[in-house]
Design a binder for this molecule. Structure first.
Ligand code: SAH
Length: 196
């Protein structure tokens, strides 16, 4: 296929944790993503008080921005350091509790209650645990998923959203033989196959 050698590449959870530990997080941006600002109306579609999901959230600053607009933000991230950094960098008090349905998982919630970040693998989530979402901001998420897990990821995401939801997806385009990823190259044709 046109994704070449990237198809076989696997980045383990341990490698992600190490990246956070080493501060090797070039994917994190201090400024809000220009495409979220541009397409915010598409995401919200005139609605207020939405439940917005950030898969593979890192410490994305847009979570605070959307929460400040009155939406509920739910994220999932394997790195506890990322989650704690998010709350401390925005001076947000939070509490931490176990997630009874997922062994070893913790949920970190802002004291104000409108930001809930699950610290576990996204593949541990299901709609019976986290409910369904009205909107998704997928930046650095599908493109960070190991290529062999994309189908599983997409099926899960489809399961986690309401029928009336909007899903904003950011991918990157480049020659996959020149960089091993992540971010992985996800061609438009593959997005169509995965999400229909
Ligand atoms: N979306 C964020 C972070 C992108 S980097 C942003 O835009 O800044 C991808 C993130 O996914 C990393 O923080 C990594 O620790 C996390 N991650 C990788 N695999 C994961 C998994 N299976 N479940 C949850 N988080 C994961």
């Amino acid at each position: 296929s046109d994704i070449g050698s990237q198809k076989e590449r696997v980045v383990t959870e341990e490698e992600w944790l190490q990246r956070w530990e080493m501060g090797n997080i070039g994917f994190h941006k201090e400024q809000r993503h220009p495409l979220l600002q541009k397409y915010l109306d598409v995401l919200l579609n005139g609605r207020s008080g939405l439940r917005i999901f950030f898969p593979l959230c890192g410490k994305a600053v847009e979570m605070k921005w959307l929460a400040d607009m009155g939406h509920s933000v739910i994220g999932v991230e394997v790195s506890e350091q990322a989650v704690k950094d998010f709350f401390s960098e925005h001076s947000l008090p939070y509490c931490e509790e176990p997630v009874p349905e997922i062994s070893g998982a913790k949920m970190f919630q802002s004291t104000s209650g409108n930001i809930s970040l699950y610290c576990c693998s996204i593949y541990d989530l299901s709609s019976s645990i986290v409910g369904k979402f009205d909107g998704v901001w997928d930046r650095g998420a599908l493109v960070a998923v190991n290529p062999r897990d994309r189908q599983r990821y997409a099926s899960l995401m489809i399961n986690l959203v309401e029928k009336s939801s909007s899903y904003l997806l950011v991918t990157v385009s480049y020659d996959p033989n020149k960089h091993k990823g992540p971010p992985f190259y996800v061609p438009e044709s593959e997005v169509k196959n995965l999400f229909g």
